[in-house]
Design a protein around this ligand. Structure first.
Ligand SMILES: *Cc1c(COP(=O)(O)O)cnc(C)c1O
Length: 574
């Protein structure tokens, strides 16, 4: 010790050949680098865990992990040899069932699987079209279908057919060739912007339907997040009652999706849970006005306050609400959140709204609008390809060529119905919804068995069974047998009716209530018989009961997924 005055580190440097020392320095730096990378890695995990824990809460986090585990275990179980065979056997039966229901067969049905060699005559075509139109189907004209056909009067169909015939070759991608369609599209957007109280800066586009409008809103928000905040792992937060199109957007555009519960008794999105899930990767908040399952309008003012304070875009899905929502107060009904500033662009946090002109706007199917607070937000949905060999290419939404005929049909519908027509329609539709709602709440034969979900204020009313011995899906199947086409819901279980103009025709809604009373009393009797027999509560054998009652209650949705795939495949069976 003490033989050298030099510090140890320097000593070693001087003693070793230069070459090694360089290598060692290099290795030292590499170690530091590795440590930094490792630290970042840890930080990332820590950050992710932190946001996960904060988002779901300690109990919620455990539950999420538990469900994940449960699902995985169940998936393994389904793949066990014996079970797997049983499942595929059941699936085959279900497929056969679907085919029988969907694909007509037997004598008298012609199948065309290749082009006719000779062109058909006008008469031939007419005859075949007539017989196609007469195919056995649900009678929406009698008001027995929930949703689906929103207007359907001949007078409006005539207006649309004329407009569509005049513009059936038109394609707005060639604005110079079809100036009229460009003009009509711009005017449709302007009129819808005005209905939703857009500011001067407002901008929008027409799309092929609500799904495309929602895809565009999510894309715009994702592009904005990347362009302005360099978000590369985007996340969005939606109510679990929001439309499936948001799941589609998340899947198409690789956006992580958080779904937030909408607890009873109001069935609106839980604002505190939304707040807890917000993190630096959040690109979009969503509220529905109203949602599809229960017809409930989320607390848009509260979502708007979150959007403003965290500087995050907020989309309001008014696809279903379409022209009913802006007409409510003029039609004499309370308008949701009117005393807190409304549900549309009057809320400062609302940055985009989707509005289906092909629902309560009564336009032909294939029409919707996406509205933005400003042009910049719309620009984020544009697709531009300046280097394409076919020339500089720009298109506003998913499609390239678009049907000018549909835009003309939409414009003509809006002009011929007019504000007065929409307010009248709103009055009829919401009054009919009230009739159904009141019957379920007050009719002595219904009120002890059924229960309205929340306080629906628009055109949809949903209900569930409060009698543990009666499954709502058996009621849905009972209504199907009586030729009603209502919609089954899950999580929570329920059935809904979306009232449209055909259902407001005299007698239609009374028929609905009479049949509901009959079905409920049938189910009550069956429940009593089951009780007498002392057996377990057995669910029915109908489609709804099967799909939602049995398959829907399994933790792993792979069986339901396979059934859905089989259904889609069946649609293409010529
Ligand atoms: C119908 C609907 C949509 C969009 O559906 P499309 O079938 O694509 O037009 C979106 N949100 C809600 C609430 C809807 O009811």
């Amino acid at each position: 010790m003490g033989s050298s005055p030099l510090p140890v580190s320097l000593q070693s440097k001087l003693q070793k050949p230069q070459r090694f020392s360089l290598l060692r320095d290099y290795q030292g730096n590499l170690n530091i680098l590795r440590n930094i990378v490792f630290a970042f890695f840890l930080l990332r995990i820590f950050r992710k865990s932190f946001y996960f824990l904060r988002g779901h809460g300690p109990i919620g986090s455990v539950l999420v992990l538990y469900h994940q585990l449960h699902k995985t275990a169940y998936k393994l179980f389904l793949n066990m040899p014996g079970v797997k065979q049983q499942v595929s056997k059941q699936l085959e039966i279900a497929k056969k069932d679907m085919e029988e229901k969907l694909v007509p067969s037997g004598p008298g049905t012609n199948h065309y699987r290749s082009l006719p060699k000779e062109p058909w005559t006008k008469e031939q075509l007419h005859t075949e079209l007539e017989s196609l139109a007469a195919m056995k189907r649900t009678r929406w004209e009698e008001g027995k279908v929930s949703g689906a056909v929103y207007h359907g009067e001949d007078s409006l169909l005539d207006v649309q057919s004329e407009a569509m015939r005049l513009f059936s070759v038109a394609n707005p991608i060639h604005a110079d060739v079809f100036p009229a369609v460009r003009k009509m599209e711009a005017e449709v957007v302007a009129m819808v912007l005005a209905l939703f109280n857009a500011p001067e800066s407002g901008a929008g586009a027409t799309t092929s339907g609500g799904t495309e409008s929602i895809l565009m809103a999510c894309l715009s928000a994702r592009q904005k997040g990347y362009a302005e905040r360099r978000i590369t792992e985007p996340e969005m937060i939606i109510p679990n009652t929001a439309h499936a199109a948001f799941h589609k957007a998340a899947s198409y555009f690789k956006i992580k999706l958080h779904t937030v519960a909408c607890p009873a008794p109001e069935y609106m999105v839980d604002i505190n849970k939304v707040r807890r899930l917000i993190n630096p990767n959040t690109i979009l908040l969503v509220g529905s006005a109203p949602n599809y399952p229960h017809g409930i309008v989320d607390n848009i003012p509260a979502l708007s306050r979150l959007a403003v304070s965290y500087k995050i875009p907020l989309h309001v899905d008014c696809c279903l609400g379409s022209f009913i929502m802006p007409c409510l107060s003029k039609a004499g009904f309370p308008s949701p959140w009117a005393d807190e500033g409304g549900f549309d662009f009057r809320q400062p946090g609302v940055t985009s709204i989707s509005v289906d002109t092909h629902k309560y706007g009564f336009a032909p199917k294939g029409n919707s609008c996406i509205l933005y607070r400003n042009r910049q937000l719309r620009e984020y949905q544009y697709f531009i390809c300046p280097q394409w060999a076919g020339g500089v290419y720009g298109s506003p939404s998913i499609a390239g060529s678009r049907p000018g005929a549909l835009i003309a049909g939409c414009w003509a519908s809006m002009m011929s119905v007019g504000e007065k027509g929409y307010v009248d329609a709103c009055h009829k539709i919401v009054s009919t919804k009230l009739t159904i709602e009141n019957a379920v709440r007050e009719h002595p034969a219904l009120k002890e068995t059924l229960q309205i979900l929340g306080h629906p204020m628009v055109s949809v009313v949903a209900f569930d069974s409060v009698d543990a011995a009666i499954s709502i899906y058996d009621i849905a199947d009972g209504m199907s047998k009586r030729h009603w086409h209502l919609n089954s819901l899950q999580d929570p279980a329920g059935v809904h009716v979306a009232v449209t103009l055909p259902m407001t025709r005299p007698g239609a809604v009374d028929g609905l209530i009479d049949d509901l009373v009959a079905v409920v009393s049938d189910e009550k009797e069956r429940a009593i018989e089951r009780l007498k027999a002392g057996g377990p509560i057995e669910t029915g054998k109908g489609t709804s009961a099967q799909l939602y009652g049995v398959a829907g209650s399994l933790p792993d949705k792979s069986i339901v997924e396979k059934m859905a795939v089989a259904y889609l495949d069946t649609l293409y069976k010529a």
